[in-house]
Design a protein around this ligand. Structure first.
Ligand code: PHE
Length: 449
């Protein structure tokens, strides 16, 4: 509560500012690195179609739920839950998990984002170095991690309106222009048509349960759901804002960027006769190879990795903001103190991830994590399973403990959805989402992913 001696809690400066900041959180490595490789592995068009269904049927209604929980209390995920069930409830653990997940995801996310930064300037800092040697070089990866995390800290230090909102408004339009430039180059390559066909023509023969589960998991990751980022961003919304319309803009914007990423990547890959199904290495190994063979490839490569870094930055600031908002709201730390202390801890936490790609054998594949490495281990257990669990408990909390009708009333403030639409939404929150998420978790547990 704002009183005379504590300054009022910050809010977004404008509706567009909120939409761009939330879209910036959603648009990230998930759209440009993860989505294309999943689509490449999942048979192209068939994956894309299932992904779109998951976004519209599950991701979007659940996004409204997280935004309404945040706006209701105007607090971070822990505070938002506490405002409903009080200080002594076990549900606070779910809020605590959100803060912890933000912290952990930010640590390894910054490592991958650091690679993107490094690849943007690779001709200057490490010309000719292959991906394997690049990511196994401790001085390189740790410096790049520090650079990327440092920029993230600076933006969040600026606060909600002067930091996050201002930079999202500057960076997202730049991102869009850069993507259009790369698409233009990609689709004008000779032989690009085959890639476009692979990407758009759904071939359902290869559609497996694994692919459907992956598409669902991707819907949560790409919309920044399941760990309270959208609760936190929703908490800076005023009661006048329309959650439904703004949420739809975020979903549309995020989906358009993911689809555009496919148009940058698949035409290039097919034009250069490469394999689209190479997994996480697609963007860092296959693409540079593709770029090196195409006319104007040097410029396209720099452009691509700059845009990947920008996309990652507008997401990493939202991960950090979840943790910072907790310490600011609940522990009364200043923003400066929170950013400094949390930033330092995230950096330390990121070091094992940074060193897990060959630099330190025990952290890398074949070490103590068996056939995976520290970074992939964290991404799997926190970034995939963790988000699914988070979404499960948060949807139960919102649908049953807080109450879908209360949440619906929160959404109604500032918007004018019909009673029919709202009752469908309530049904989805209470039944469909927990059920579907349970299926994803069962999939993870039985090891299909
Ligand atoms: N949505 C981001 C991406 O696609 C990742 C993210 C997940 C950000 C969870 C915040 C919270 O890259």
């Amino acid at each position: 509560m704002a009183s005379l001696d504590t300054p009022a809690r910050e809010q977004w400066g404008s509706r567009l500012g909120f939409i761009l900041a939330a879209a910036g959180s959603a648009i990230g490595l998930g759209n440009i690195w993860r989505f294309p490789y999943l689509a490449g592995e999942g048979g192209g068009g068939a994956f894309v179609l299932v992904y779109l269904l998951c976004i519209i049927g599950i991701g979007m209604p659940y996004l409204f739920a997280e935004l309404s929980l945040g706006r209701n209390s105007q607090r971070n995920p822990v505070g938002a839950i506490e405002a409903i069930v009080g200080k002594r409830s076990l549900w606070l653990i779910v809020g605590g998990f959100c803060v912890l997940a933000g912290f952990v995801i930010l640590s390894y996310y910054s490592v991958i984002a650091g690679w993107a930064v490094g690849y943007a300037v690779k001709d200057v800092i490490a010309p000719g170095l292959g991906f394997g040697d690049f990511v196994a070089s401790p001085p390189l990866v740790i410096t790049l991690l520090a650079v990327f995390l440092g920029i993230t800290l600076l933006v969040v230090l600026g606060g909600v309106e002067q930091g996050i909102e201002r930079w999202s408004k500057i960076l997202l339009p730049i991102l869009l222009v850069l993507i259009l430039l790369v698409i233009f180059r990609a689709v004008t390559l000779e032989g690009a048509g085959e890639g476009i066909a692979f990407y758009l023509w759904p071939d359902f023969s290869g559609l497996t349960t694994e692919i459907i589960i992956a598409a669902l998991g991707q819907a949560f990751f790409t919309l920044s759901l399941g760990m309270g980022a959208m609760v936190t961003y929703g908490s800076y919304l005023s009661k006048k804002e329309n959650i439904a319309t703004s949420g739809i803009y975020v979903v549309v914007f995020n989906t358009v960027i993911a689809l555009m990423a496919g148009f940058m990547i698949f035409p290039s890959i097919f034009a250069m006769d490469m394999d689209p199904a190479t997994g996480p290495a697609l963007v860092f190994i296959v693409l540079p190879e593709v770029f090196s063979q195409m006319p104007l490839g040097g410029v396209v490569s720099v452009t691509f990795f700059v845009l990947l870094s920008i996309a990652a930055l507008t997401s990493s600031i939202s991960l950090l903001e979840v943790v910072v908002s907790y310490f600011v709201d609940e522990r009364s730390w200043s923003r400066k103190k929170s950013v400094a202390i949390i930033g330092g801890l995230v950096f330390v936490m990121a070091i094992p991830s940074a060193l897990s790609q060959g630099a330190v054998a025990s952290l890398s594949e074949g070490g103590i994590f068996g056939d995976t490495d520290f970074l992939s281990f964290m991404d799997y257990y926190v970034g995939s399973v963790g988000l699914a669990l988070g979404a499960f408990f948060l949807s139960i909390f919102i649908g049953w403990v807080w109450g879908a009708d209360e949440a619906a009333q929160e959404i109604m403030q500032g918007s004018n959805l019909s009673a029919r639409v709202l009752s469908v939404w309530m049904f989805v929150i209470r039944y469909i989402i927990p059920l579907v998420v349970l299926i994803i978790i069962a999939g993870y547990v039985t090891g299909t992913l």
